[in-house]
Each structure stands twice: as structure tokens, then as C-alpha cells.
Ligand binder design. Structure first.
Ligand SMILES: [Zn+2]
Length: 635
């Protein structure tokens, strides 16, 4: 019980304490939490360092060097995910400005804990001041100011002289070294910074262990990085930027390495495209009624792009006059920070949302799905990176057709310096799973949405000034500028399926910490994380969420199976799903899944390893329904 155990610490509570003492209300132990935010620390670099203090936490706890953080891999979005327990498409933070934030709907961890117990007392000490000036962190004492030494001292002071229930300490020297000289396991300056920060972790841990009541205080210590880095930046969708570590230690947390299942996909970008020179090149696709989406028509735009230009601004593609952002239409814009953003307006209302870093001179797949009565969703390399309510945006029609490298009237002050290929426009909202499945594959008749393709410029023409439209509309594009270069990218792009439940992710922190304080994850909190300390079942080797479908269903294939079988099921509504396997005598063989799931399609891989051949019964239970199916293992 969180609430009663704290009463003794308030002046009024002292009276209650004596009054209730004989009833032994404080039988449940106190719980406390220390979160160490090791900013911008790549696990592969950490493992090259001595770092005895962080290693000791891992050696005594549940840990993984293969956790993931979702793009945009910047501190604003990443710490928002860590402390709300939901991703950017819910908390709304997709850059370091915190605009579009939804902390009212998805409160931060310390706020939730204080809600549950008004006497909950916490400290928040950070290197990056915006984490305490711009975030509703809910802590009672907070400071920040570009100094790890000061941050460490504030934390030590509170641990020595105060009685905090929870403490967040963010250390920034590793991130600063990465920006200066490279986020790189072979960069000695970066490694030195890791060892320096590890020393500060040691100082804070010593102060913690020196507390007179330490042994009985039930401290859980969580150390993690908010993101990694690549070259001298982060913010993008490369594995180097998304990979983090996650250590949960103390308070009886078992020693265990958390498995991971990244479902990596390495593909070759379709080997064609066109490079716009940044001086006078652009692509003009004539106006046509199939791009007039009005006020209600859902649509999707996808393309590949590559740019090394990280300064200035240019229009990647769009259909609007960008002399005023409020003008009707949509535009993909490469911002002066090397990220991209999407602008959508109807002449009166305007919406803008940031995407990840893109100016790393690698090919990236970009997609935006416009659900006109709901949300607009951003994707980079198949990973959903943000969402924004656009239900108040009306008619977006323009007379400009679609341009690439310029705005609609071709009067934007800067031309785009970028390579592009595979521009696809659809008059439907493409499902996440379809975007993922067709990421690197040119569209064919077997694409589930091929009837909704209203424009498809592969940019594989190779010569001349006309870009063929491969859709049924044959509305060919025109090259403007004249000296464009045809390119033949033969580049491998490595990306990850994000939704595997076996992989630890930064959003797991909030759920793991709430469970430590005895707070059950409530369905209406709509959290994306899971508790990393409670067991994960090894029988299900991979679980992932797919798209939406309104009915409960359950099937597997292959069936019969030998080795592994893919189990697919659909949830009509959000709820706790339990999946168990029984033998024909009704004995439970394994629990494959027991967790809160969103509505939609889900899948997991079941391994028959260790089981003998025969019939097994697969049961799926939700709060409202129960389904069974027979599966046959043949070895
Ligand atoms: Zn940084």
C-alpha cells in the first residue's frame, strides 16, 4: 500500500501513525526509486569501457544491452516516452520544443505516483534544463543547468539530507562528447566521457547506500540511455541511434538478461532515383482531380529520400504555396535541424509535426498517412514516429498538382538538395503493417491497396525530362531545371520492426516503476510499456502488433507445424489478452501471452521445441470472449 506507508512522514501523519500503529497498517514495505538517465550512451561503447558502477547494476539486476528507443531519437521525445510509458504518437512530443504535447492525457511517472499518494516526495535533477522547465515532471524539487557535477551534487544532497521516494538524475557529458567528437565506440573521447559519468553514478550510488535506512527502503535503481547516436548527431532512425541499454536493479530484482527480438530487415533500396541539385532542379507533377482530397478523403504519401544537407530549409515535396504555412495543402519540409516535418493547412487552420533526423546521407523511407477525421501519422523506415489530430483541418485542395523539391508555385526561396525515388500517392489510409511489408518493394498488383494508387513515380526513367506515372492515371511528371542526375542507389538500409514484445523498450520504464510501487497498469491509462521485472514467457519467441480489424479471431500457420508456427489473432477492442496452450488431457503447457493489448491484429511465433508430436489446444481469452483452436505439432 503506497498511501498509508507515507502518512508517517507528514506532520499530520505522525498523529495517524501512533493511532494506527497497533493495527500494523505499515506492514507493506516502503518502496523507493532512483532513475539514472545516461544521456546519449551507446551500449556498444559502454561495453568497451570499465564503467564498474553501471556494470555492477547490470550484474546484480535484470538488464539488456539491446533495448530500443523510438525515433525521433532526441531527448525531448525520448524522455517523454520514458516517463509517460507511451510513444510519441500518444504523448505528442516529436522534437525538443514540446509543442503538440499531451501530458494532460498521458501524465509523467512522478505525477502519477503523487496522484496515488499526495505525500509522495521526489527530486528531478538534470543536465539539460528543458527537462525541468518544459516538462510537467511532477517532482517536488528540481534543478538543471548544463552541469553533471551540479546534478550529481543536488542528488547526493537530497539523498543525504532529505527523504525522497523517487529521484531522477540525468547526466549529459556522454551526449556532449558524442556531439563534439562522435558517438562512436572507437572514439576515446566518447569512451572517456562514459567512464566519467560512470564515476558520477558511483558517487550517487554511494550516497544512496549510505542512507541509514537503506536496507529497508526498497530502492529500485533503473539506469538507461534515452537514445544512442551516429556520427555527431542523433534524432534519426538508424539502429545506432535507436539502440539503448536498460538496467533494473535492487529491491530483489532477479539477475537476468532480457532477451531481444529486433526483427531486423535489411533491404536494398530500389536501384533508381533522381538527384536534385539544390540550385534550380525540381519535379512538377501536373494538377489532376485524383489529388484533390477535399475535406474528408483519407490519403497516404510515401517516397524514398536521401540528403546530406542539414542546414537551411527546403520543401521535400508537397502541393501547397509555402509563402504562408496557413495556405491550403500539405508539404514535407526539411528543417534547418536536419529533420523533416509535415505541414498541413486549409487556409485557416494549420498543423505542423516534426519527424526524425533525415540528413545523414542515407536513404530513408518516409510516409505520412492522413486520416482526415482522425490523426495524421508519420513513419520513417517503417516505424511510426508521431501522430497528430487533424480532424479540424478542412478543404486542402490546391491548383498546383504535386511538386518535389519546391513548393506548389515553385517560388520557395530554396531548392531541395536531395535524391528521391518511389513516390507513391494513395487515396486511402495505408495500414502500418502494409507500409512495413512494402517498404522496399516496388508496387505490384498484389499490393492490398493497389486499387487506391492514384500516383506512382518510380523515377527509374534513366534519361529524358519525363517521369512516368506507373499508376492507372498515367499523369507523368516533368523535370524542371535540366541538369538533374539519375542515380542508381544500391544501398542497404537496415531497419527494425519495433513491436516485438520480447525486446525491452524505453517506454517500459513507467510500467516497471509503477509496478514497483504496487500500482497496477490500468487499461484507461493506455500505456505502451510492459513490466520488465515480471517474467516474460520464453515459449512465445516473437510477438508483434499488426493493423486493425474489428472482430476477434484466432488462427495459426503452418498447421500442422514442425518447429515454429505463426499465431495470428485479432482484438475487437483493447483489453487483457491471455493465450495458453493445453495438451489433449487439458494440462496447461505454457502461457504465451498475458498482457494488456490494443485493438487490432497481433501475431506471435510459437516454438514447439521441447514438446512431443501431437495435438495441442490453443486458447485465447479476452474480457469479453474466448476462442480455441487445435494445432498439430509433427516432428
Ligand atoms: Zn544530444
Amino acid at each position: 500500500m503506497l498511501v498509508l506507508s507515507r502518512l508517517a512522514r507528514t506532520p499530520f501523519g505522525i498523529l495517524l501513525w501512533f493511532g494506527l500503529f497497533l493495527q500494523s497498517v505499515d506492514a507493506s514495505p516502503h518502496k523507493k526509486l532512483l532513475v539514472l538517465g545516461i544521456d546519449g550512451c551507446r551500449p556498444d561503447a559502454l561495453l568497451k569501457c570499465r564503467a564498474p558502477n553501471l556494470r555492477a547494476l547490470a550484474e546484480n539486476g535484470t538488464y539488456t544491452w539491446y533495448a530500443l528507443s523510438r525515433p525521433p531519437t532526441k531527448s525531448g521525445p525520448c524522455y517523454s516516452s520514458i516517463f509517460t510509458g507511451v510513444w510519441n504518437d500518444k504523448h505528442g512530443v516529436t522534437d525538443n520544443s514540446f509543442i503538440n504535447q499531451r501530458f494532460d492525457r498521458y501524465p509523467m511517472l512522478f505525477s502519477r505516483l503523487k496522484d496515488a499518494d499526495p505525500a509522495f516526495y521526489s527530486g528531478w535533477f538534470v543536465y539539460w534544463p528543458n527537462l525541468y522547465t518544459d516538462m510537467p515532471h511532477g517532482a517536488d524539487v528540481s534543478s538543471g543547468g548544463w552541469s553533471d557535477k551540479a546534478t550529481q551534487d543536488w542528488a547526493v544532497d537530497l539523498l543525504k539530507n532529505g527523504n525522497p521516494d523517487a529521484l531522477f538524475v540525468q547526466l549529459g557529458a556522454i551526449d556532449a562528447a558524442g556531439h563534439d567528437s562522435g558517438f562512436d565506440p572507437d572514439n576515446s573521447e566518447y569512451l572517456d566521457a562514459i567512464e566519467e559519468v560512470d564515476g558520477r553514478v558511483g558517487t550517487v550510488m554511494s550516497a544512496l547506500k549510505a542512507r541509514p535506512g537503506f536496507a529497508d527502503e526498497g530502492w529500485m535503481i533503473i539506469a538507461l540511455s534515452d537514445h544512442g547516436g551516429f556520427s555527431t548527431h542523433h534524432g534519426g532512425s538508424t539502429v545506432e541511434e535507436m539502440r539503448t541499454f536498460f538496467i533494473v536493479s535492487g529491491d530483489g530484482v532477479p539477475h537476468r538478461e532480457i532477451g531481444h527480438d529486433w526483427v531486423q530487415k535489411t533491404c536494398i533500396v530500389p536501384p533508381y532515383g533522381i538527384r536534385l541539385d539544390g540550385k534550380d532542379d525540381c519535379i512538377r507533377i501536373p494538377d489532376a482531380s485524383q489529388y484533390h482530397f477535399g475535406s474528408d478523403q483519407d490519403f497516404t504519401v510515401e517516397f524514398f529520400m536521401r540528403t546530406s544537407e542539414s542546414s537551411g530549409r527546403f520543401v521535400i515535396s508537397g502541393n501547397k504555396d509555402m509563402s504562408d504555412g496557413k495556405n491550403p495543402g500539405f508539404a514535407f519540409v526539411r528543417t534547418s535541424e536536419g529533420t523533416w516535418m509535415l505541414n498541413l493547412a486549409d487556409g485557416t487552420n494549420e498543423k505542423e509535426i516534426s519527424g526524425p533526423y533525415v540528413a545523414d546521407d542515407r536513404w530513408h523511407h518516409i510516409a505520412v498517412v492522413f486520416k482526415r477525421q482522425g490523426t495524421l501519422s508519420l513513419f520513417q523506415d517503417g516505424i511510426r514516429t508521431g501522430a497528430l489530430d487533424i480532424s479540424d483541418i478542412g478543404n486542402i485542395d490546391t491548383p498546383y498538382g504535386i511538386t518535389v523539391g519546391q513548393d506548389g508555385p515553385e517560388e520557395y526561396p530554396y531548392f531541395a538538395s536531395e535524391s528521391v525515388s518511389e513516390l507513391r500517392v494513395w487515396k486511402t489510409a495505408i495500414a502500418d503493417s502494409v507500409i512495413w511489408a512494402w517498404l522496399f518493394t516496388p508496387v505490384t498488383d498484389s499490393h492490398p491497396n493497389c486499387a487506391d494508387l492514384v500516383g506512382y513515380w518510380k523515377m527509374n526513367d534513366g534519361s529524358g525530362g519525363i517521369l512516368r506515372d506507373y499508376s492507372a492515371y498515367a499523369n507523368h511528371g516533368i523535370l524542371v531545371g535540366g541538369d538533374t542526375v539519375w542515380v542508381a542507389p544500391d544501398e542497404r538500409v537496415e531497419t527494425l520492426r519495433f513491436d516485438s514484445c520480447r525486446t525491452a523498450k524505453t517506454v517500459d520504464l513507467a510500467v516497471t516503476a509503477l509496478a514497483h510501487f504496487g500500482l497496477e497498469n490500468e487499461p484507461n491509462w493506455d500505456l505502451d510499456g510492459k513490466n520488465l521485472v515480471s517474467g516474460q514467457n520464453p515459449a512465445a519467441v516473437h510477438y508483434s502488433r499488426l493493423s486493425s480489424d474489428p472482430s476477434l479471431s484466432l488462427k495459426n500457420f503452418p498447421n500442422p507445424f514442425n518447429g515454429q508456427t505463426l499465431i495470428c489473432f485479432s482484438m475487437p477492442a483493447q483489453g487483457r489478452a491471455t493465450m495458453e496452450i493445453f495438451d489433449v488431457l487439458g494440462r496447461r503447457i505454457a502461457c504465451l501471452l498475458d498482457q494488456l493489448l490494443p485493438a487490432g491484429d497481433h501475431q506471435l511465433v510459437f516454438s514447439g521445441e521441447g514438446l512431443s508430436s501431437g495435438v495441442y489446444i490453443l486458447n485465447l481469452s479476452t474480457p469479453t470472449a474466448r476462442l480455441s483452436t487445435k494445432i498439430l505439432l509433427m516432428k
